[in-house]
Design a protein. Structure first.
Length: 404
């Protein structure tokens, strides 16, 4: 019997054996990679639970398909269905650059209050990497998802709204901006959204026995936004008995980490980019504002082989959406060519979220085996000597075969 995932009083999920999970296949290559991902997810659940558990996937519309069928890019019904079912998964969605609608991905996150974008980054053996020691990279990014410059508060140069904002800025700060040729954007950072994001990151570190959490910010320049992110994040650290700051580590413990303690670090954003390249083994969980998180998560994905194998989750207090972290690649649409790994590994994160960890681990180990077998999609095959290039669907079939 099909059932709906519900939320317990403590915020945990009550997951039936046959949960209904909405999915958005996505635009461009979305249909190809979703078909591949669904094949792998179904196989992993079947093999792990021998038919006792099964996901009932329910299609909901967003993006180009939704616009063509309903005249809306993001129908209200889609959002309501995701809210009702608590967990959803999606492929990539179209976002025009410089004009038209704002990002649908951002809209979904804001409308559903999915305040934490979680991006685990870990090297998969056999994947080509530009780094000398990619095995040292094992980080999880917690990116604040609902505000910062992504809030969408901006006005085009020369508009009455931009001129009014410039007049206010001139009056309050003395800054002389050209009111006819200056676009204006607003960067909100709030105590509520900062603290709940950092709390989630620290709790993840506590639950998973991770050694450190780093607050990544540009507070030396943006003192009342990203500087406030640091201040409020450190206040959250005070709420956890497991947390010690780097200063406390040296003042009280002479640099030796006591058993059961987690170090709370802080790093200025530009320095952080150098740190993860030069000393990745020193960083584990990274919590950051929206824009910084966008940049650092894509950098780290490139360090372990690219977005084709980069999973992602957008998690709120009441629901979660797991998604491809790459774009739609429209030139490859319908060619059964691209790497479905991002959605497949996001699906594994979804299974973890549901409490079905054995099925999630089966997927991860099968992907590792498929890559070591050198039977991969074109993006990896062209970089791995002796590899056999598979179609998108063929790679999914190879992953399923590696589950035996």
């Amino acid at each position: 019997m099909e059932k709906i995932i519900t939320l317990n009083n403590d915020g945990s999920l009550n997951v039936p054996d046959t949960p209904v999970i909405p999915y958005i296949s996505g635009d461009g290559t979305g249909q190809d990679i979703w078909n591949a991902a669904r094949l792998v997810l179904d196989a992993a659940v079947e093999k792990t639970y021998e038919g006792k558990k099964k996901i009932i996937f329910l299609e909901v519309l967003a993006g180009k398909t939704a616009f063509e069928k309903t005249g809306e890019w993001l129908p209200k019904e889609t959002l309501e269905t995701i809210k009702k079912h608590r967990v959803a998964i999606k492929g990539p969605l179209t976002t025009p650059v410089g004009e038209g609608m704002r990002s649908l991905n951002v809209a979904i996150r804001q409308e559903l209050d999915l305040f934490a974008c979680i991006r685990p980054v870990r090297y998969i053996k056999g994947v080509p990497s530009p780094c000398n020691d990619p095995q040292a990279i094992n980080m999880t990014i917690f990116r604040e998802n609902t505000e910062d410059l992504y809030k969408g508060i901006e006005w085009e140069a020369g508009t009455p709204e931009a001129k009014e904002a410039i007049s206010f800025i001139r009056e309050k700060s003395g800054q002389d901006l050209d009111e006819n040729f200056t676009g204006i954007g607003i960067k909100p950072i709030s105590i509520k959204n900062t603290k709940r994001l950092v709390k989630k990151a620290i709790q993840f570190a506590v639950d998973n026995k991770r050694p450190n959490v780093t607050l990544m910010h540009k507070g030396n320049i943006m003192k009342f936004t990203e500087g406030a992110f640091l201040k409020w994040g450190l206040e959250v650290g005070d709420e956890f008995s497991e947390i010690i700051t780097e200063q406390e580590l040296w003042d009280k413990f002479d640099g030796r980490v006591p058993e059961g303690k987690i170090i709370l670090k802080s790093r200025i954003a530009d320095n952080m980019f150098q740190q993860v390249l030069l000393r990745p083994e020193e960083y584990d969980v990274i919590a950051c504002p929206n824009l910084n998180g966008d940049y650092i998560s894509d950098l780290l994905a490139a360090m372990v082989g690219g977005l084709g194998l980069a999973p992602g989750a957008n998690v709120g207090s009441e629901c979660a959406v797991f998604e491809a972290t790459h774009g739609t690649a429209p030139k490859y649409a319908g060619l059964d060519k691209v790497n479905p790994g991002s959605v497949i590994l996001s699906g594994a994160m979804m299974l973890d979220h549901m409490g079905w960890q054995p099925a999630a681990e089966l997927i991860r180990s099968a992907i590792q085996k498929a890559i070591l077998n050198k039977r991969v999609t074109y993006d990896l095959a062209r970089q791995i000597p002796g590899a056999i290039e598979l179609k998108c669907s063929g790679f999914a079939e190879e992953i399923c075969a590696c589950m035996d």
